[in-house]
Design a protein around this ligand. Sequence first.
Ligand code: NAD
Length: 436
Amino acid sequence: MKNKYDRRDFLKSTAMIAGATAIGTAPINGVFASNDDTIKIALVGCGGRGTGAAFQALSTKQNLKIVALADAFRDPLDECYKRLVARFKDKVDVPEEHKFVGFDAYEKAIALADVVLFATPPGFRPMHFAEAVKQNKHVFIEKPLAVDAPGIRQVLATAKEAESKKLNVVVGLQRRYQKNYRETIEKIHNGAIGKIQSGQVYWNSGGVWVRPRTANQTEMDYQMRNWYYFNWLCGDHIVEQHVHQLDVANWVIGGYPVSAQGTGSRAWRTGKEYGEIYDNHAVEFTYADGSVIYSQCRHFEGTSNRVDETFQGTGGKVYLSASNVGTLWDKDGKEIFNHQGKGDPNPYQTEHDELFEAIAKGEYKFADGERGAKSTFTGILGRLATYSGQVLSWDEALASDISLMPDKLSWDALPKVLPDANGLYPYAQPGKTKVI
Ligand SMILES: NC(=O)c1ccc[n+]([C@@H]2O[C@H](COP(=O)([O-])OP(=O)(O)OC[C@H]3O[C@@H](n4cnc5c(N)ncnc54)[C@H](O)[C@@H]3O)[C@@H](O)[C@H]2O)c1
Protein backbone atom coordinates (compact mmCIF):
# COMPACT_ATOMS: atom_id res chain seq x y z
CA MET A 1 0.00 0.00 0.00
CA LYS A 2 1.30 3.42 -0.91
CA ASN A 3 1.36 6.38 1.44
CA LYS A 4 -0.46 9.57 0.53
CA TYR A 5 2.90 11.29 0.25
CA ASP A 6 5.06 8.76 -1.37
CA ARG A 7 8.11 7.79 0.59
CA ARG A 8 10.22 6.70 -2.34
CA ASP A 9 9.69 10.05 -3.97
CA PHE A 10 10.39 11.77 -0.65
CA LEU A 11 13.66 9.92 -0.39
CA LYS A 12 14.60 11.22 -3.81
CA SER A 13 13.07 14.67 -3.75
CA THR A 14 14.32 15.73 -0.32
CA ALA A 15 17.81 15.69 -1.67
CA MET A 16 16.97 18.11 -4.45
CA ILE A 17 15.07 20.72 -2.48
CA ALA A 18 17.24 23.61 -1.44
CA GLY A 19 16.29 25.72 1.58
CA ALA A 20 14.79 23.71 4.39
CA THR A 21 11.29 24.23 5.65
CA ALA A 22 11.02 24.08 9.40
CA ILE A 23 11.03 20.71 11.10
CA GLY A 24 7.52 19.42 11.67
CA THR A 25 5.86 21.32 8.80
CA ALA A 26 3.71 19.62 6.18
CA PRO A 27 5.04 16.61 4.35
CA ILE A 28 6.64 17.08 0.99
CA ASN A 29 4.34 16.43 -1.95
CA GLY A 30 5.58 14.58 -4.95
CA VAL A 31 4.96 12.17 -7.75
CA PHE A 32 5.24 8.45 -7.21
CA ALA A 33 8.59 7.56 -8.64
CA SER A 34 9.17 3.88 -8.02
CA ASN A 35 7.35 0.61 -7.68
CA ASP A 36 9.49 -0.44 -4.78
CA ASP A 37 8.22 1.13 -1.58
CA THR A 38 10.51 -0.78 0.78
CA ILE A 39 12.84 1.41 2.84
CA LYS A 40 16.36 0.13 2.24
CA ILE A 41 18.74 0.22 5.19
CA ALA A 42 22.53 -0.05 5.36
CA LEU A 43 24.36 -0.64 8.62
CA VAL A 44 27.87 0.76 9.05
CA GLY A 45 29.60 -0.65 12.14
CA CYS A 46 28.24 -4.14 12.85
CA GLY A 47 29.30 -4.54 16.49
CA GLY A 48 27.14 -4.66 19.61
CA ARG A 49 25.26 -1.37 19.18
CA GLY A 50 25.07 -1.57 15.41
CA THR A 51 23.43 -4.98 15.63
CA GLY A 52 21.09 -3.62 18.30
CA ALA A 53 20.20 -0.59 16.17
CA ALA A 54 19.49 -2.85 13.18
CA PHE A 55 17.24 -5.00 15.37
CA GLN A 56 15.36 -1.87 16.45
CA ALA A 57 15.01 -0.56 12.90
CA LEU A 58 13.68 -3.93 11.71
CA SER A 59 11.29 -4.06 14.68
CA THR A 60 9.46 -0.90 13.60
CA LYS A 61 6.09 -1.19 11.87
CA GLN A 62 7.39 0.07 8.54
CA ASN A 63 8.09 -1.80 5.34
CA LEU A 64 11.86 -2.05 5.34
CA LYS A 65 14.82 -4.31 4.89
CA ILE A 66 18.54 -4.39 5.49
CA VAL A 67 20.36 -4.41 2.14
CA ALA A 68 24.01 -3.76 3.02
CA LEU A 69 26.45 -4.28 5.87
CA ALA A 70 29.81 -2.53 6.32
CA ASP A 71 32.47 -3.07 8.93
CA ALA A 72 36.20 -2.56 9.25
CA PHE A 73 36.53 -6.28 10.01
CA ARG A 74 34.85 -9.36 8.59
CA ASP A 75 34.16 -11.24 11.84
CA PRO A 76 31.75 -8.74 13.47
CA LEU A 77 29.96 -8.38 10.14
CA ASP A 78 29.45 -12.14 9.89
CA GLU A 79 28.24 -12.36 13.48
CA CYS A 80 25.81 -9.47 12.94
CA TYR A 81 24.49 -11.02 9.70
CA LYS A 82 23.93 -14.33 11.48
CA ARG A 83 21.98 -12.68 14.27
CA LEU A 84 19.90 -10.58 11.88
CA VAL A 85 18.96 -13.57 9.73
CA ALA A 86 18.11 -15.65 12.79
CA ARG A 87 15.67 -13.01 14.03
CA PHE A 88 14.41 -11.21 10.89
CA LYS A 89 14.88 -13.67 8.03
CA ASP A 90 12.44 -11.96 5.61
CA LYS A 91 13.82 -8.49 6.21
CA VAL A 92 17.47 -9.28 5.56
CA ASP A 93 18.50 -9.12 1.92
CA VAL A 94 22.28 -8.83 2.01
CA PRO A 95 23.97 -10.90 -0.68
CA GLU A 96 27.69 -11.49 -0.40
CA GLU A 97 28.44 -8.60 -2.79
CA HIS A 98 26.66 -6.21 -0.41
CA LYS A 99 28.88 -7.08 2.54
CA PHE A 100 31.72 -4.58 2.64
CA VAL A 101 34.86 -4.74 4.75
CA GLY A 102 37.65 -2.21 5.38
CA PHE A 103 38.10 1.52 5.85
CA ASP A 104 36.22 2.38 2.64
CA ALA A 105 33.37 -0.10 3.23
CA TYR A 106 30.99 2.68 4.33
CA GLU A 107 30.85 4.45 0.95
CA LYS A 108 29.71 1.35 -0.89
CA ALA A 109 27.09 0.42 1.71
CA ILE A 110 25.71 3.98 1.83
CA ALA A 111 25.21 3.94 -1.94
CA LEU A 112 22.79 0.99 -1.71
CA ALA A 113 20.47 2.42 0.94
CA ASP A 114 17.77 5.01 1.63
CA VAL A 115 18.63 5.17 5.33
CA VAL A 116 21.99 4.47 6.96
CA LEU A 117 22.61 3.41 10.56
CA PHE A 118 26.06 4.37 11.90
CA ALA A 119 27.53 2.60 14.93
CA THR A 120 31.28 2.55 14.41
CA PRO A 121 33.61 4.04 17.02
CA PRO A 122 32.90 7.80 17.01
CA GLY A 123 36.21 8.90 15.45
CA PHE A 124 34.81 7.95 12.02
CA ARG A 125 31.46 9.68 12.44
CA PRO A 126 32.40 13.04 10.81
CA MET A 127 33.56 11.44 7.54
CA HIS A 128 30.78 8.84 7.49
CA PHE A 129 27.99 11.34 8.21
CA ALA A 130 29.38 13.68 5.54
CA GLU A 131 29.37 10.92 2.94
CA ALA A 132 25.80 9.86 3.81
CA VAL A 133 24.48 13.40 3.46
CA LYS A 134 26.49 13.92 0.27
CA GLN A 135 24.73 10.81 -1.05
CA ASN A 136 21.34 12.24 0.15
CA LYS A 137 20.53 9.61 2.77
CA HIS A 138 18.51 9.84 5.97
CA VAL A 139 20.54 8.67 8.96
CA PHE A 140 20.53 7.25 12.43
CA ILE A 141 23.91 8.09 13.95
CA GLU A 142 25.04 6.78 17.30
CA LYS A 143 26.55 9.18 19.80
CA PRO A 144 29.17 10.64 20.15
CA LEU A 145 29.50 12.46 16.83
CA ALA A 146 33.25 13.14 16.83
CA VAL A 147 36.32 13.11 19.06
CA ASP A 148 38.04 16.44 18.31
CA ALA A 149 37.30 20.04 17.30
CA PRO A 150 37.93 19.61 13.54
CA GLY A 151 35.56 16.62 13.58
CA ILE A 152 32.86 18.63 15.37
CA ARG A 153 33.19 21.49 12.88
CA GLN A 154 32.75 19.01 10.04
CA VAL A 155 29.67 17.46 11.71
CA LEU A 156 28.14 20.91 12.26
CA ALA A 157 28.61 21.71 8.56
CA THR A 158 27.13 18.34 7.55
CA ALA A 159 24.17 18.85 9.90
CA LYS A 160 23.42 22.15 8.13
CA GLU A 161 23.67 20.45 4.75
CA ALA A 162 21.28 17.70 5.95
CA GLU A 163 18.81 20.39 7.07
CA SER A 164 18.95 22.14 3.71
CA LYS A 165 18.33 18.79 1.98
CA LYS A 166 15.56 17.87 4.46
CA LEU A 167 17.26 14.63 5.40
CA ASN A 168 16.10 13.23 8.72
CA VAL A 169 18.93 12.90 11.23
CA VAL A 170 18.37 11.03 14.50
CA VAL A 171 21.26 10.88 16.97
CA GLY A 172 21.46 8.01 19.47
CA LEU A 173 21.22 10.23 22.55
CA GLN A 174 18.22 8.14 23.49
CA ARG A 175 17.25 10.13 26.58
CA ARG A 176 15.87 12.66 24.08
CA TYR A 177 13.43 9.89 23.07
CA GLN A 178 12.69 8.67 26.59
CA LYS A 179 9.34 9.48 28.18
CA ASN A 180 10.48 10.45 31.69
CA TYR A 181 13.07 12.88 30.29
CA ARG A 182 10.68 14.38 27.76
CA GLU A 183 7.85 14.89 30.26
CA THR A 184 9.95 16.15 33.13
CA ILE A 185 12.13 18.49 31.09
CA GLU A 186 9.06 19.94 29.39
CA LYS A 187 7.78 20.85 32.86
CA ILE A 188 11.13 22.44 33.73
CA HIS A 189 11.02 24.47 30.52
CA ASN A 190 7.51 25.57 31.46
CA GLY A 191 8.89 26.99 34.71
CA ALA A 192 8.03 24.23 37.23
CA ILE A 193 11.20 24.82 39.29
CA GLY A 194 12.17 28.31 38.15
CA LYS A 195 15.40 29.16 36.44
CA ILE A 196 18.05 26.43 36.59
CA GLN A 197 21.14 27.61 38.47
CA SER A 198 23.20 24.48 39.00
CA GLY A 199 23.34 20.75 38.43
CA GLN A 200 25.37 17.59 39.00
CA VAL A 201 25.70 14.86 36.40
CA TYR A 202 27.41 11.50 36.84
CA TRP A 203 28.61 8.42 34.98
CA ASN A 204 30.47 6.45 37.61
CA SER A 205 30.88 2.76 36.79
CA GLY A 206 33.39 -0.06 36.67
CA GLY A 207 34.41 0.57 33.06
CA VAL A 208 34.15 -1.49 29.88
CA TRP A 209 35.79 -4.29 27.94
CA VAL A 210 39.45 -4.71 26.95
CA ARG A 211 40.32 -6.46 23.68
CA PRO A 212 43.84 -7.85 24.21
CA ARG A 213 46.59 -7.65 21.60
CA THR A 214 46.89 -10.79 19.48
CA ALA A 215 49.79 -12.24 17.50
CA ASN A 216 50.73 -10.59 14.19
CA GLN A 217 48.47 -7.58 14.65
CA THR A 218 49.62 -4.31 13.14
CA GLU A 219 49.40 -1.31 15.47
CA MET A 220 46.44 -0.01 13.45
CA ASP A 221 44.65 -3.34 13.73
CA TYR A 222 45.23 -3.42 17.50
CA GLN A 223 43.98 0.12 18.10
CA MET A 224 40.94 -0.48 15.89
CA ARG A 225 40.02 -3.60 17.89
CA ASN A 226 40.75 -2.08 21.30
CA TRP A 227 39.26 1.26 20.23
CA TYR A 228 37.86 2.35 23.57
CA TYR A 229 41.31 3.29 24.88
CA PHE A 230 42.47 5.52 21.99
CA ASN A 231 41.25 9.06 21.62
CA TRP A 232 41.28 9.21 17.83
CA LEU A 233 38.63 6.49 17.91
CA CYS A 234 36.84 6.96 21.24
CA GLY A 235 37.44 10.46 22.59
CA ASP A 236 37.85 9.15 26.18
CA HIS A 237 34.92 7.99 28.30
CA ILE A 238 33.93 11.55 29.21
CA VAL A 239 32.95 11.83 25.54
CA GLU A 240 31.98 8.25 24.74
CA GLN A 241 29.64 7.59 27.70
CA HIS A 242 29.23 10.74 29.73
CA VAL A 243 27.95 12.61 26.65
CA HIS A 244 24.51 11.31 27.66
CA GLN A 245 24.52 13.28 30.93
CA LEU A 246 26.17 16.33 29.40
CA ASP A 247 23.45 16.33 26.75
CA VAL A 248 20.77 16.21 29.45
CA ALA A 249 22.43 19.19 31.18
CA ASN A 250 22.48 21.17 27.92
CA TRP A 251 18.86 20.22 27.25
CA VAL A 252 17.67 21.24 30.72
CA ILE A 253 19.60 24.53 30.64
CA GLY A 254 18.74 25.21 27.01
CA GLY A 255 22.28 26.11 25.96
CA TYR A 256 25.90 25.03 25.88
CA PRO A 257 28.81 25.83 28.21
CA VAL A 258 30.99 28.85 27.54
CA SER A 259 33.92 27.47 29.53
CA ALA A 260 35.18 24.48 31.48
CA GLN A 261 37.82 23.64 34.05
CA GLY A 262 38.49 20.34 35.71
CA THR A 263 40.77 17.61 36.88
CA GLY A 264 41.32 13.99 35.90
CA SER A 265 43.90 11.24 35.74
CA ARG A 266 44.80 7.60 35.22
CA ALA A 267 44.49 6.50 38.82
CA TRP A 268 43.48 2.88 38.54
CA ARG A 269 43.67 1.89 34.89
CA THR A 270 47.38 2.37 34.27
CA GLY A 271 48.36 -0.73 32.26
CA LYS A 272 49.30 -0.84 28.60
CA GLU A 273 46.00 -2.49 27.68
CA TYR A 274 44.27 0.79 28.62
CA GLY A 275 45.92 2.87 25.88
CA GLU A 276 45.95 6.60 26.56
CA ILE A 277 42.58 7.52 28.09
CA TYR A 278 41.99 8.69 31.66
CA ASP A 279 39.86 6.73 34.11
CA ASN A 280 38.37 9.74 35.91
CA HIS A 281 37.30 13.30 35.08
CA ALA A 282 35.64 15.94 37.27
CA VAL A 283 34.67 19.07 35.38
CA GLU A 284 32.89 22.31 36.15
CA PHE A 285 31.03 23.70 33.11
CA THR A 286 29.90 27.34 33.17
CA TYR A 287 27.04 28.50 30.92
CA ALA A 288 26.36 31.93 29.42
CA ASP A 289 23.50 32.57 31.87
CA GLY A 290 25.80 31.93 34.85
CA SER A 291 24.51 28.45 35.66
CA VAL A 292 27.16 25.88 36.58
CA ILE A 293 27.13 22.13 36.01
CA TYR A 294 29.40 19.82 37.96
CA SER A 295 30.19 16.67 36.00
CA GLN A 296 31.89 13.54 37.27
CA CYS A 297 32.71 10.34 35.42
CA ARG A 298 34.96 7.52 36.47
CA HIS A 299 35.76 3.93 35.60
CA PHE A 300 36.93 2.40 38.88
CA GLU A 301 36.11 -1.22 39.59
CA GLY A 302 34.74 -1.89 43.07
CA THR A 303 33.49 1.65 43.72
CA SER A 304 29.89 2.88 43.93
CA ASN A 305 28.02 3.25 40.66
CA ARG A 306 26.02 6.33 39.80
CA VAL A 307 24.56 7.31 36.42
CA ASP A 308 22.01 10.15 36.70
CA GLU A 309 21.37 13.91 36.66
CA THR A 310 20.16 16.45 39.25
CA PHE A 311 19.51 20.17 38.82
CA GLN A 312 18.57 23.00 41.15
CA GLY A 313 16.36 25.90 40.07
CA THR A 314 15.25 29.12 41.75
CA GLY A 315 11.93 27.40 42.56
CA GLY A 316 12.87 23.79 43.30
CA LYS A 317 14.94 20.84 42.14
CA VAL A 318 14.79 17.76 39.86
CA TYR A 319 16.17 14.23 39.74
CA LEU A 320 16.40 12.30 36.44
CA SER A 321 17.72 8.89 35.51
CA ALA A 322 17.61 6.41 32.64
CA SER A 323 15.61 4.01 34.81
CA ASN A 324 12.47 5.96 33.83
CA VAL A 325 12.58 8.34 36.79
CA GLY A 326 11.79 12.04 36.71
CA THR A 327 10.90 13.78 39.99
CA LEU A 328 10.37 17.47 40.72
CA TRP A 329 10.27 19.13 44.13
CA ASP A 330 9.32 22.72 44.96
CA LYS A 331 11.62 24.98 46.99
CA ASP A 332 10.21 23.64 50.27
CA GLY A 333 11.08 20.08 49.32
CA LYS A 334 7.50 19.07 48.50
CA GLU A 335 7.17 16.65 45.60
CA ILE A 336 5.29 18.33 42.75
CA PHE A 337 5.74 15.75 39.97
CA ASN A 338 6.81 12.14 39.88
CA HIS A 339 6.96 10.38 36.55
CA GLN A 340 5.53 6.89 36.85
CA GLY A 341 7.87 5.02 34.53
CA LYS A 342 6.36 1.54 34.66
CA GLY A 343 5.72 0.27 31.15
CA ASP A 344 7.46 3.17 29.41
CA PRO A 345 8.61 2.30 25.90
CA ASN A 346 12.27 1.43 25.39
CA PRO A 347 13.88 4.67 24.16
CA TYR A 348 16.25 2.77 21.85
CA GLN A 349 13.15 1.45 20.10
CA THR A 350 11.34 4.81 20.15
CA GLU A 351 14.22 6.46 18.25
CA HIS A 352 13.72 4.05 15.38
CA ASP A 353 9.91 3.97 15.58
CA GLU A 354 9.78 7.75 15.23
CA LEU A 355 12.49 8.00 12.58
CA PHE A 356 11.12 5.30 10.29
CA GLU A 357 7.52 6.43 10.71
CA ALA A 358 8.53 9.92 9.54
CA ILE A 359 10.44 8.52 6.59
CA ALA A 360 7.60 6.19 5.62
CA LYS A 361 5.16 9.11 5.72
CA GLY A 362 7.48 11.32 3.73
CA GLU A 363 7.94 13.74 6.62
CA TYR A 364 10.97 15.79 7.54
CA LYS A 365 10.94 15.71 11.36
CA PHE A 366 14.38 15.16 12.82
CA ALA A 367 17.45 17.39 12.82
CA ASP A 368 19.43 16.12 15.81
CA GLY A 369 22.84 16.76 14.21
CA GLU A 370 23.65 20.19 15.61
CA ARG A 371 22.64 19.50 19.19
CA GLY A 372 24.32 16.06 19.04
CA ALA A 373 27.53 17.71 17.85
CA LYS A 374 27.38 20.42 20.51
CA SER A 375 26.72 17.97 23.33
CA THR A 376 29.57 15.81 22.01
CA PHE A 377 31.75 18.91 22.04
CA THR A 378 30.78 19.55 25.66
CA GLY A 379 32.47 16.22 26.48
CA ILE A 380 35.47 17.05 24.31
CA LEU A 381 35.81 20.45 26.03
CA GLY A 382 35.73 18.64 29.38
CA ARG A 383 38.48 16.27 28.24
CA LEU A 384 40.64 19.12 26.97
CA ALA A 385 40.17 20.89 30.32
CA THR A 386 41.19 17.85 32.41
CA TYR A 387 44.08 16.95 30.08
CA SER A 388 45.47 20.49 30.14
CA GLY A 389 44.54 21.60 33.66
CA GLN A 390 43.59 24.98 32.15
CA VAL A 391 40.35 26.96 32.08
CA LEU A 392 39.24 26.66 28.46
CA SER A 393 36.60 28.60 26.61
CA TRP A 394 34.19 26.83 24.25
CA ASP A 395 35.13 29.15 21.39
CA GLU A 396 38.90 28.77 21.66
CA ALA A 397 38.62 24.99 22.02
CA LEU A 398 36.23 24.65 19.07
CA ALA A 399 38.63 26.68 16.91
CA SER A 400 41.46 24.21 17.56
CA ASP A 401 43.06 22.59 14.54
CA ILE A 402 44.44 19.61 16.43
CA SER A 403 43.12 16.54 14.64
CA LEU A 404 43.57 13.13 16.24
CA MET A 405 42.84 11.21 13.04
CA PRO A 406 45.84 9.32 11.54
CA ASP A 407 47.21 10.88 8.35
CA LYS A 408 46.40 7.69 6.49
CA LEU A 409 43.83 4.95 7.13
CA SER A 410 45.21 1.56 6.19
CA TRP A 411 46.16 -1.53 8.15
CA ASP A 412 49.89 -0.86 7.86
CA ALA A 413 49.66 2.90 8.50
CA LEU A 414 50.58 4.25 11.93
CA PRO A 415 48.15 6.04 14.27
CA LYS A 416 49.53 9.24 15.84
CA VAL A 417 49.84 7.83 19.38
CA LEU A 418 52.24 4.87 19.60
CA PRO A 419 53.49 2.65 22.44
CA ASP A 420 57.01 2.94 23.89
CA ALA A 421 59.44 0.03 24.15
CA ASN A 422 57.48 -1.34 27.13
CA GLY A 423 54.17 -1.19 25.27
CA LEU A 424 52.92 1.79 27.28
CA TYR A 425 51.23 4.71 25.57
CA PRO A 426 51.89 8.38 26.34
CA TYR A 427 48.96 10.17 27.96
CA ALA A 428 48.07 13.75 28.80
CA GLN A 429 49.96 15.52 31.58
CA PRO A 430 48.05 18.53 32.96
CA GLY A 431 50.24 21.63 32.86
CA LYS A 432 52.38 20.21 30.07
CA THR A 433 50.16 18.78 27.35
CA LYS A 434 49.10 21.13 24.54
CA VAL A 435 45.45 20.43 23.80
CA ILE A 436 44.34 23.29 21.55
N1 NAD B 1 23.31 5.08 22.77
C1 NAD B 1 23.84 4.18 23.55
O1 NAD B 1 23.41 3.96 24.69
C2 NAD B 1 25.01 3.37 23.06
C3 NAD B 1 25.30 2.14 23.66
C4 NAD B 1 26.41 1.42 23.19
C5 NAD B 1 27.20 1.95 22.19
N2 NAD B 1 26.89 3.17 21.64
C6 NAD B 1 27.75 3.77 20.60
O2 NAD B 1 27.78 2.92 19.46
C7 NAD B 1 29.07 2.99 18.84
C8 NAD B 1 29.64 1.58 18.70
O3 NAD B 1 29.75 0.97 19.97
P1 NAD B 1 29.72 -0.62 20.14
O4 NAD B 1 29.55 -0.86 21.59
O5 NAD B 1 28.79 -1.21 19.18
O6 NAD B 1 31.21 -1.00 19.72
P2 NAD B 1 31.70 -2.34 18.99
O7 NAD B 1 33.17 -2.39 19.12
O8 NAD B 1 30.89 -3.49 19.51
O9 NAD B 1 31.29 -2.11 17.48
C9 NAD B 1 31.89 -1.16 16.64
C10 NAD B 1 32.00 -1.79 15.27
O10 NAD B 1 32.42 -0.81 14.32
C11 NAD B 1 33.38 -1.42 13.48
N3 NAD B 1 34.20 -0.39 12.85
C12 NAD B 1 35.25 0.26 13.37
N4 NAD B 1 35.71 1.18 12.49
C13 NAD B 1 34.94 1.08 11.39
C14 NAD B 1 34.93 1.74 10.15
N5 NAD B 1 35.81 2.71 9.85
N6 NAD B 1 34.00 1.39 9.23
C15 NAD B 1 33.11 0.42 9.50
N7 NAD B 1 33.08 -0.26 10.68
C16 NAD B 1 33.98 0.07 11.61
C17 NAD B 1 34.15 -2.35 14.40
O11 NAD B 1 34.90 -3.32 13.70
C18 NAD B 1 33.03 -2.94 15.23
O12 NAD B 1 32.47 -4.08 14.64
C19 NAD B 1 29.90 3.92 19.72
O13 NAD B 1 29.86 5.22 19.20
C20 NAD B 1 29.19 3.90 21.06
O14 NAD B 1 29.35 5.09 21.80
C21 NAD B 1 25.80 3.87 22.05
